[in-house]
Design a protein around this ligand. Structure first.
Ligand code: PMV
Length: 319
């Protein structure tokens, strides 16, 4: 029997990270240059119900029943059982691969979860719809990140730019002008859960100051949405710069991220900011088409571990 497989993109947050956890809006976009893939192979010769999980990149090759019960991958597979009301899986191997670096704000956990939910439900003959995938992936994101806003699973499930606000209907966005973004990895792995906990701790100590910052970021997100939808991208870089300064005030930036932001701007980017939880991970820089190469080179020379170029609206086949 041939394998049934599914893949899912990565993502970056364009604006609104952290404040989104407190109910303000944020915008995220899928990044198709990185992705994860899950393939499910039937193992007719294996013991009845044997499920093997194989993720070579993280050195994992185990029977499902031998995995730690709290392992998010095991929980993902068990959630599929529950959702479909299935007691026993047919024996199979679940093979997972991903080109998304973990802990870099590119949504690696949500991407692996979404690909796995889609592949497994298809393998079992009952492919989940987007809303099921999104709901279940959110449950698994909680295991990874504690109190996630839900933005990662949403953008990765729907594979479209999203305007996201907790507890509000999902809004998919059209970007009506070509927009080039460089995503530069600081090479510092960071825990989103830790960054979110840090902000929460400081918010509890000074709610008035933090609420003011969240409100300011929320307003930047509304302005960004308007620029994207009307295709007037001239002011976008400035909004990104303001957003980065507010994230610095939230104390989620660090020396490496500030350095990459400043290198990108000096090399001619229209705007730049950290993206995601911060404390490491990526920055994003808005560039004109003609500047892609020079800004990329400057970022690499400044120590970026990797620079990805992505474009909106996304054109399939683009690298
Ligand atoms: O680090 P990332 O890209 O997974 O993004 C986290 C975004 C936060 O707003 C900091 C947390 C969240 O759950 O929305």
């Amino acid at each position: 029997m041939p394998a049934i497989s599914a893949s899912a993109p990565g993502k970056v947050i364009l604006c609104g990270e952290h404040s989104v956890v407190y109910g303000f809006p944020a915008i995220a976009i899928p990044v198709f240059q990185v992705q994860s893939r899950t393939a499910v192979f039937a193992m007719p010769g294996a013991a009845a119900g044997e499920v093997r999980v194989n993720a070579p990149a993280i050195g994992l090759l185990r029977k499902l029943n031998d995995m730690d019960p709290t392992d998010p991958l095991r929980q993902t597979i068990e959630l599929v059982h529950e959702e479909l009301g299935i007691d026993h899986f047919p024996s199979c191997e679940i093979r997972i691969s991903s080109s998304i670096p973990a802990g870099s704000g590119l949504g690696s956990s949500a991407s692996v979860t979404v690909a796995t939910l889609r592949a497994l439900s298809s393998f079992l003959g009952k492919p989940f719809n987007d809303s099921q995938v999104n709901r279940l992936a959110f449950e698994i994101e909680k295991l990874h990140h504690g109190t996630p806003s839900g933005i990662d699973n949403t953008v990765i499930t729907y594979q479209k730019p999203v305007f996201y606000r907790k507890d509000f209907p999902i809004e998919l966005l059209e970007v009506n002008a070509p927009m080039h973004l460089l995503i530069a990895d600081s090479g510092v792995a960071a825990s989103t859960a830790e960054a979110v906990r840090g902000v929460h701790f400081r918010w509890q100590k000074d709610k008035a100051a933090y609420d003011k910052i969240f409100t300011a970021i929320g307003n930047l997100v509304l302005s960004t949405r308007e620029l994207l939808e009307t295709g007037r991208l001239e002011g976008l870089g400035d909004l990104m710069n303001q957003n980065h300064r507010l994230l610095q005030e939230l104390q989620v930036s660090n020396r490496e991220l500030d350095q990459l932001v400043s290198v990108a701007l000096t090399a001619g980017a229209k705007g730049a900011k950290l993206s995601g939880g911060g404390l490491g991970g990526n920055i994003i820089a808005l560039v004109e088409k003609e500047q892609i190469e020079s800004v990329t080179n400057a970022l690499i020379a400044a120590g970026a571990a990797q620079v990805i170029h992505t474009q909106l609206p996304f054109v399939r086949g683009m690298k």
